[in-house]
Ligand binder design. Sequence first.
Ligand code: AMP
Ligand code: MG
Length: 522
Amino acid sequence: MPQFTSQFIESTPGDPLSDTRPRQVHGALWSKVQPTPVSAPRLVAFSPEVVRLLGLDEAALQSAEWVQVLSGNALWPGMVPYSANYGGHQFGNWAGQLGDGRAIVLGELLAPDGGRYELQLKGAGRTPYSRRADGRAVLRSSIREFLCSEAMHHLGVPTTRALSLVATGDTVIRDMFYDGHPEAEPGAIVCRVAPSFLRFGNFELCTSRGDVALLQKLADYTVTQFFPELGKPSKDTYAAFFGEVARRTAKLIAHWQAVGFVHGVMNTDNMSILGLTIDYGPYGWIDDFDPGWTPNTTDADQRRYRYGNQPAIGMWNVERLGVALMPLLEGDETLIEAGLLEYDRTFETELAARFAAKLGLSSLGDKADFDLVNGCIAWLAEEETDMTLFFRGLSRVVTAPAAPVEFPAVLREAFYGQVPEPHLAKGLQWLTTWWQRTRREGVAPAELARRMDAVNPKYVLRNYLAQEAIDAAHAGDNSKVHALLDVMRRPFDEQPGREAYAARRPDWARSKPGCSALSCSS
Ligand code: AMP
Ligand code: MG
């Protein structure tokens, strides 16, 4: 039987109460809370990689005993479940206390790799932070979180993981479009896994309440547990910690940009202190490359969290963290400036490196190289062009014996509609310049193609693919969830026979709910 620890709650102040009455919780970083049992839990899917990571056994995980635990109906000895207390800036405004309204950490597991991982149930019932909501999650959003966590991991993007997806057997009422038509939907619980689920918002809440002692306890725990290389807690260490979080956040968002992931709700309560992608809600993958696109219908007017704005929002969020850390930085605002500069520099460097690699270049050297990347991005945005197919297709062009003399068929497949001649001509011109530039890499074209295929995924969790799996699961067929999970385990491999999963978004999915835009209802 696995051994569980409770380092976080043993080393930080908690709520003396353990009832789930909605309330403001002061002077505490967490509240003990028991998951609320569900009626007929069934394991829908699990991630074999996470099972292995945790040193668990696949057969055991599928046993009735484990499914009871993964659904919140039972606990292993040593598990002391709790929900975390945090606040956050939502859509640019301070929202006060939020907290884990439906997430419950069961315990920490020491894994064979020496890491300690928290197991957290999302949708396990009401907590003191549920406010007026039900503490539950629906199957459709749970499928999306389960699949995308694992897809992101296999793409190499830092993320929380998902061990399991359980259908609860209970229904949950949701007004999916917020239009006065609530419906009963199947409920589900994802068991999420990460070294820590701490967010910027945990720090912000302490400072917003003037509770510097609590802030310091949180910072000391975080630094000691997760950033030991920065040294013992001190003003300098907190400053270094802030710089490191800025750096990790910049790297993370550059990575999102490079694979076409749009988080959709980059509120500061959804920003991981470890630089992980966290809280998969109304996220989406860019099909046609439109920097103004957001998957989140709640954000349709402002488009605050659109693809092209993620880098700026990341920086805004880092600034909020800096403000929250001010009491520990002795009010030295130059440290915020330094952190933001760090963010900016890291983001620019990372993004340049990622897009250089996407184009088969070892680095961007001179202004002409930067112009090449910017020219590509500007051209892609002009007509509806599939980002994933375009970049993946480039490796087939790089191996051509000469610069293309007509627009390559493999790249035409990336267009969503008819494209005017001048646009093709411009694209061809860009391709010629790019093809010639690749020859200066001094690397065999086949090797360039291999390198490009290792960074330009063939398979991403397109919104419509996830929705097809959801529709099938609602009809009682989980095979599409399993198939998608399996395809997304090797996003850079060709996977003969599975080309359908790499196809452009079909026309029927252009404006179908779940395929193009999603509400926050989950
Ligand atoms: P999100 O934007 O989904 O990350 O959620 C924002 C806040 O709302 C967090 O504090 C969540 O815990 C809470 N929340 C969202 N959905 C529910 C729910 N069904 N029951 C309780 N709390 C919820
Ligand atoms: Mg959240």
